[in-house]
Design a protein around this ligand. Structure first.
Ligand code: ADP
Length: 364
């Protein structure tokens, strides 16, 4: 009988609760035991009442709520081997032999490291008298499965991460609200959206709100004088009858010299060169909040269920998988490769090798 723990780590994302619920209930349905680990890796390091046996009703009401009800944290101790060894001890002491980690690329990198180091931790814990010989023999391997929860949609192995659909929906609602006041006053709005080094949210928000201009890290403006190109384009729209101007800026947007493109700078350009009454809105944490969209509930549920299936299918030699979705199909791929691919994409963007970045990303 497998004992499966689940935790959420790193930045919260809508739909994480749906995934937690699915892991617990699928585990129980498949005759396994389920454990909720509270406060991400911090809960693993702290142990005690942060690790709790979970029943069907413990995840009641999870499906429709945003954030993560079992808490998340950034845990410095887990970045060090010593912290991960303590985490390993708590897993063994609770009898947990499989772990589902729901988080972004940092959390999944940590998960992969814990799996890799596991035999060394077990040896050391035994040598230090922290675990018994019986426990050391029983817990020779730890199965880890990753599920990507991140509003940024920045993992290369999946078309959509859990939370990205809700964050996009929230951006669209907010921009729609801004647009009504913008139209009334003939204002220009420069709206900054999240996404770290990934422009997915900004680009899709621009498409879905009919923005006039968008700045994303993956495609910096090429012209030396992009400000004039932008102004000319906005002027054309206004002379064609548009009462507003909307510019979406990804928080990681850069120019051709990799300098950040700041919302305040764009505002200044619009105000001085075009004389537009311009306001800046930085949407901030509202993007992470609120109820998950149906897409995130669906993704969380299917991926949580698939995570349990992946655990039950695995042999001790199976590489840790990450659950994703490619071309609308739930996928299981090696976690290590997914993280490496994500890092390669990030590096290609950093190097301004955008065609390589596009090549590396999955088709979607
Ligand atoms: P996200 O998972 O959203 O990318 P972070 O990068 O903040 O968020 O990572 C969340 C947590 O995962 C960190 O606080 C740390 O405990 C763990 N973590 C991140 N990167 C590593 C790493 N390279 N090695 C071990 N643990 C890590």
């Amino acid at each position: 009988k497998k004992r499966i723990g689940v935790l959420t780590s790193g930045g919260d994302a809508q739909g994480m609760n749906a995934a937690v619920r699915a892991v617990v209930r699928m585990a129980l349905a498949r005759n396994c035991q389920a454990y909720l680990i509270h406060e991400g890796y911090q809960g693993l390091v702290d142990g005690g009442d942060k690790i709790k046996n979970a029943s069907w009703n413990d995840v009641k009401g999870f499906l429709t709520l945003g954030g993560t009800l079992i808490g998340t944290a950034r845990c410095a101790e887990f970045r060090e081997p010593k912290g991960r060894r303590i985490a390993a001890k708590h897993l063994v002491k609770n009898g947990i032999d499989a772990l589902v980690v729901i988080g972004g690329d940092g959390s999944l990198t940590g998960a992969d490291t814990l799996r890799k180091e596991w035999p060394d931790h077990i040896k050391q814990l035994l040598a230090d008298g922290d675990i018994t010989q019986g426990e050391a023999s029983k817990y020779q391997t730890l199965m880890i499965v990753g599920i990507v929860g991140s509003i940024d949609n920045d993992l290369a192995s999946t078309d959509m991460t859990i939370g990205s659909s809700s964050a996009l929906a929230r951006i669209c609602e907010s921009v729609d609200a801004i647009q009504s006041t913008a139209t009334s006053h003939k204002r220009a709005f420069v709206v900054e959206v999240m996404g770290r080094h990934c422009g997915w949210l900004a680009l899709n928000a621009a498409i879905c709100t009919g923005a006039d201009y968008v700045f994303i890290p993956e495609s910096p403006p090429e012209e030396e004088d992009w400000e004039t190109t932008m102004c000319d384009s906005l002027k054309r729209s206004r002379s064609a009858g548009k009462r507003t101007s909307l510019i979406i800026v990804a928080e990681g947007a850069i120019d051709a010299k990799t300098n950040p493109i700041r919302t305040e700078y764009i505002k200044e350009i619009l105000a001085t060169r075009l004389g537009y009454d311009t306001r800046v809105t930085i949407l901030g944490h509202v993007q992470r909040g609120g109820a998950p969209t149906s897409m995130d509930r669906y993704l969380g549920t299917l991926q949580g269920a698939e995570a349990v299936e992946a655990i039950l299918r695995a042999t001790p030699d199976t590489p840790s998988p990450v659950i994703g979705m490619l071309e609308h199909k739930i996928t299981t791929q090696p976690l290590k490769e997914a993280i490496e691919l994500t890092k390669e994409v990030a590096k290609a963007i950093e190097d301004h090798n955008f065609s390589r970045a596009a090549q590396l990303r999955p088709k979607s």
